[in-house]
Write a protein that binds this ligand. Structure first.
Ligand code: HEC
Ligand code: HEC
Length: 256
């Protein structure tokens, strides 16, 4: 009898839960969810400009701390975006914040359409799309404030200093291979294969491998034209040193 009552109660709770979550996902939020995974943005992006990247390539739309899936994404989870109130280290704030989809408007131009960083207008994303993305972020966030992080915008000298510090560390190539698999394969399918990013390890080794590794560590910490930067809470100095050890290993063993 007790079992029966708890079953009945469970049934009511599950029905209420399904109703509640479905009721929350408005058409607008549903559109936002689809845009989040769509490299064409419902066909509105010019095919000549599209990179093929989606928001989901670089941001989780769930709580990665609670339920990690092992993938290392360059951007933080979008859970909590509506609670932040500003983005890009305070560069996007006030009324622009919602209009720029909480900062996603920057990524929309830069990463999905290759607009150079200094030419990006974060509020150029169509208003309807910005609203839809924000509606989706609200549904997945609820009260969850998301990950706590601070973005330090590094200048060229700081990026180079970070790269030099990393190459001076010793790394573990087998850990580096796993990190590479979790973080880089969306754009570098393997060390020897080009994708959205270039082929890293070629049949001929760079003339000065040490100098190349410093440049590469600098690129991973600092980002490039289309290559996203990896903040220290996403890849630590040791993680990047391990990735560099792996790439160095690949260079040294190529052609042998
Ligand atoms: C190639 C990787 C990449 C893609 C693709 C990408 N982003 Fe980002 N995004 C980043 C990085 C890196 C940052 C800066 C640091 C961070 O938030 O983790 C960022 C920042 C953001 C922020 C602001 C976080 C803050 O507070 O500064 C939001 C919101 C965001 N992206 C949403 C989006 C949306 C929406 C899309 C799809 C239109 C998208 N991103 C596509 C990498 C990417
Ligand atoms: C969103 C796509 C993307 C992701 C993810 C990405 N890269 Fe890249 N990467 C690129 C592009 C595009 C370039 C070339 C242009 C540039 O510098 O931005 C590049 C360039 C590089 C270079 C410089 C190559 C050279 O010869 O100068 C290195 C090294 C590199 N990536 C390593 C990595 C590693 C390691 C990861 C993972 C931690 C990674 N990339 C993740 C897109 C990406």
């Amino acid at each position: 009898m007790r079992k029966c009552v708890s079953f009945a109660l469970c049934g009511v709770l599950i029905t209420a839960f399904i109703f509640f979550t479905q009721a929350q996902m408005s058409d607008k939020a549903q559109l936002g969810r689809e845009l989040f995974h769509d490299p064409t943005f419902k066909g509105t992006i010019d095919p000549a400009k599209a990179t093929g990247l989606t928001c989901a390539n670089c941001h989780a739309d769930f709580d990665e701390t609670e339920n990690p899936d092992g993938v290392i994404r360059a951007g933080h989870s979008v859970v909590g975006v509506p609670h932040r109130g500003e983005a890009k280290g305070g560069m996007i704030k006030g009324a622009d914040f919602a209009r720029a989809a909480g900062g996603g408007g920057f990524c929309y131009e830069h990463f999905l359409q290759r607009v150079p960083g200094d030419k990006v207008n974060p509020t150029a994303i169509p208003a309807e799309h910005a609203e839809a993305l924000m509606a989706y972020f609200e549904v997945i966030s609820g009260d969850n404030k998301g990950p706590e992080f601070e973005i330090a915008m590094l200048d060229d000298a700081a990026k180079k200093a970070a790269g030099e510090k990393i190459v001076a560390m010793s790394g573990d190539a087998s850990k580096g291979w796993q990190l590479f698999g979790r973080a880089c394969v969306t754009c570098h399918p393997s060390a020897k294969k080009a994708g959205i990013g270039p082929q890293l390890v070629r049949s001929r080794a760079p003339r000065n491998v040490d100098a190349a590794m410093t440049r590469w560590a600098t690129k991973i910490r600092g980002g490039g034209s289309l290559m996203p930067f990896y903040a220290p809470d996403i890849l630590s100095d040791q993680d990047i040193a391990d990735i560099i050890a792996f790439l160095r290993d690949q260079i040294e063993n190529t052609g042998k």
